[in-house]
Design a protein around this ligand. Structure first.
Ligand code: GLN
Ligand code: ZN
Length: 752
């Protein structure tokens, strides 16, 4: 090791949220898109948000503060811009901001970049496209500007950049393998290091979360070489390589073997402190405060971890485990949470304070933070003794049900029974659940919230919507109808609001992508269902028609995936509790005369663990939870599920394991290719591969749908094939929905 330890810091977080505590950036950006404000106004909002954030973190006592994690849309897109790697189709757009937003969202003539999930979080990034014609070049203006701005404010700024290995691995490469371009990027990153040093940066953070996925030996060797070269840059700032969302595995000794100056590790994802190699001459940035869940830290445990780590590390800093992008800004604005629950939580601001406290405790001893530790202990006692965390009835029922309660009669037998009961034509037509969320629906919801109308008036208006949607489907001649989901603002929140064990926040906004923010419910206790959640709506819809109306529920895995979850019991256990509530709902729906029930699991794939070794256990419990939720009904009740994608990859065997009588998927865009994969995996249940793409406003022609059906029939026999759009219709306009479904019904009839 040739580099001696640079001025270390002691307390930091790995990155910051940016939409603003009141979603100011969202509003400003959307105003800019609508042409209501100009770029200068948007930039001013952004600058004020950053300045306020820096001031807060400095006041909280962090001695190194990340800069450059601000983004107008997405940090991966920002990195693509910095590296001159935007696709050629946006190159003609002269204005840089408009070019950026065109790459993010598309225009009338330009397709946007693809969007996909950021590791196993609910944040979505834009997938960079790298082709043989991509010529990388450095455009560091945004980062340098934000650095300059922070330094002017006296902020101990640490520029954060997505590292070259992760950037390339996340990109979609055509031509050669993406990592073949690593040498070119390293050259640019070296140039960047020099510029940042000149601009006054003492430390630079390169994010390499890709190391928590399974990398090959060759890839680890490339990572090692890249950081050996970067750290050989003359006159550079100190380099921190940040890893998060899991254990760094074999990448850790490789990185430790280079002359980088610090490594950030996620100690909330792993307790294997013993596996940390000696980091001679390096700063260990210990992520002991969970950056992606909302629980108050266990200060005793964190301090013990830090103390053990200090034994090995040359120097140690306390940090969040990952960027605070994934949690809400602050608890301070939440006034509706009960005192107990509130005392168990820590959002962004509270996490920064915990980091500072732990750094103080580590430096000055426990006594220096005795009061705060006592408060944290009291909160922990209050949490773990709260009766809401232990509902003996729920636990006894689950114990009684055991693992056998997930079996129905064999699929073939169910098919016969259901066919006799449902009398559906060949190639039955249906939709995925939601119909357009019209302005009258949104107005009614807002009016109820503001107290302008009462519950009965709200119900009356929703029933009117349902009546319209059922009439429309009757008119169009669809075979299996839905109620249209007008009463649901969100497919998870709707259920969380009605289940015991979940709490909602008032302003707990978290960025999902671009300007889209979500308010994930907090699952804090044992889950119970005080009353039926959907039966009135579905039964009302069924009362309007003789055709079967599909009951519509969200599955246990998806409810967990889009919530903040308990950390005091395995996720599999929480999944069983949610599954039990959904199971009770299916039984009630059946009792109310509902013959078909769909349980949506669009998040089944996204919760898949990042490392292959952890995947089988996950697939086992997630499939179990789905089956627990759907096996309480009789064999005559037909179970559907909807999965919001068609690239199944590692989850393909699990799809068959769900044992749903009918599975609808998004195969429209992939031209039905996935059906062969499903066959190869031994799938022999009903399938609705999605005969047109609802993500585009285009109305598909009858011929187009006929072609899609014929393509599907090459892989799936007619008695198993369903005809449906590839996803819910809530984002579409009523006119295009009607026209599209008319063509869908006509195409099904023609092919029959
Ligand atoms: N039933 C839901 C709907 O139609 C499914 C949504 C989804 O696929 N994410 O809106
Ligand atoms: Zn979908």
């Amino acid at each position: 090791m040739t580099v001696s330890l640079r001025t270390p810091f002691t307390a930091t977080v790995l990155g910051l949220p940016r939409v603003g505590p009141n979603r100011e950036l969202k509003r400003a950006t959307e105003s800019y898109w609508a042409g209501r404000v100009d770029a200068a106004a948007l930039h001013a909002v952004a600058r004020d948000l950053r300045a306020a954030q820096f001031a807060e973190l400095q006041a909280a006592g962090l001695d190194s503060i990340p800069v450059g994690t601000f983004s107008y849309y997405d940090q991966v897109l920002d990195t693509a811009v910095m590296l001159g790697a935007l696709p050629p189709r946006v190159a003609d757009i002269a204005d840089p901001l408009d070019r950026y937003f065109a790459a993010a969202r598309g225009t009338d003539t330009v397709e946007p970049l693809e969007m996909t999930k950021w590791f196993d979080t609910n944040y979505h990034y834009l997938v960079p496209e790298i082709g043989p014609d991509t010529v990388f070049s450095l455009h560091p203006d945004k980062l340098l500007d934000e650095l300059g701005e922070a330094l002017t404010l006296g902020v101990p700024a640490r520029p954060v950049v997505l590292g070259p290995v992760t950037f390339l691995k996340l990109a979609k490469a055509t031509g050669a393998a993406a990592l073949d371009r690593l040498g070119e990027l390293v050259a640019l990153y070296r140039e960047l290091l020099r510029l940042l040093a000149t601009a006054g940066a003492e430390w630079v953070q390169f994010d390499e979360p890709i190391v928590v996925t399974d990398l090959s030996d060759d890839e680890i060797a490339l990572l090692r070489r890249a950081y050996a070269e970067l750290s050989a840059t003359p006159d550079r700032p100190a380099i921190l390589v940040a890893t998060y969302f899991g254990t760094a595995g074999a990448a850790l000794p490789a990185l430790a073997d280079t002359d980088i100056d610090g490594i950030a590790l996620d100690f909330t994802a792993s307790t294997e402190i013993a596996a940390i190699p000696a980091l001679a001459g390096k700063l260990l940035v210990a992520g002991v405060v969970d950056g992606r869940n909302v629980w108050r830290a266990n200060l005793d445990r964190a301090l013990a971890t830090l103390t053990t780590l200090r034994g090995d590390a040359e120097s140690i800093a306390v940090s969040s485990s990952c960027s605070l992008l994934h949690v809400p800004y602050t608890l301070a604005v939440e006034t509706d949470l009960d005192e107990q629950l509130r005392s168990w939580l820590a959002f962004g601001a509270e996490k920064a304070a915990e980091v500072r406290l732990l750094a103080t405790g580590l430096r000055d001893g426990q006594a220096a933070i005795a009061d705060e530790m006592a408060t944290a202990r009291a909160a922990s006692v209050s949490r773990h003794t709260d009766p809401r965390l232990d509902d003996p009835q729920v636990r006894a029922r689950l114990a009684r049900l055991g693992r056998d309660a997930t079996r129905r009669a064999p699929a073939e037998q169910r098919r016969t029974i259901q066919a006799e009961r449902l009398h559906l034509p060949a190639l039955p037509t249906t939709t995925i659940g939601s119909y357009p969320q019209t302005s009258s629906i949104r107005l009614a919801r807002a009016a109820l919230r503001k107290g302008e109308i009462d519950r009965s008036e709200y119900v009356r208006r929703m029933r009117a919507e349902i009546t319209d949607v059922v009439a429309l489907q009757e008119k169009l001649g669809l075979d299996v109808l839905v109620h249209g989901e007008p009463e649901r603002n969100d497919m998870v929140q709707y259920f969380a609001e009605q289940l015991d064990g979940f709490a909602a926040t008032e302003a707990g906004w978290v960025q999902s992508y671009g300007t889209r923010c979500v308010r994930p419910p907090i699952l804090y206790g044992d889950v119970a269902r005080p009353a039926a959640m959907t039966v009135d709506w579905i039964a009302f819809a069924q009362s309007l028609t003789d055709k079967p109306v599909k009951g519509m529920l969200t599955g246990p895995v998806t409810i967990l995936a889009w919530s903040f979850v308990r950390d005091d019991q395995p996720l599999a256990e929480s999944a069983r509790q949610v599954a039990l509530a959904i199971r009770d709902e299916t039984v009630d729906l059946q009792a109310a005369g509902i013959r078909i029930i769909q349980v949506d699991e669009p998040a089944l794939r996204e919760l898949l663990p990042l490392r292959a070794a952890d995947q089988p256990a996950y697939l086992e419990w997630s499939v179990h939870a789905f089956r627990l939720a759907t096996s309480g009904v009789s064999d005559a009740t037909q179970i559907h599920t909807h999965l919001c994608y068609s690239e199944f990859g590692e989850v393909i065997d699990a799809i068959a394991g769900l044992d749903a009588d009918v599975t609808s998927i998004e195969a429209a865009r992939s031209h039905m290719e996935v059906l062969d994969d499903l066959n190869a995996a031994g799938f022999d249940l009903g399938v609705g591969p999605g005969v047109y793409d609802i993500h585009s406003p285009r109305v598909p022609s009858v011929d187009e749908i006929i072609n899609a059906l014929r393509a599907a029939l090459k892989a799936i026999p007619a008695h198993r094939l369903w005809v449906n759009p590839d996803c819910g219709l809530k984002t579409r306009g009523p006119d295009e929905v009607e026209a599209s479904l008319q063509n869908l019904v006509a195409a099904a009839r023609a092919v029959r």
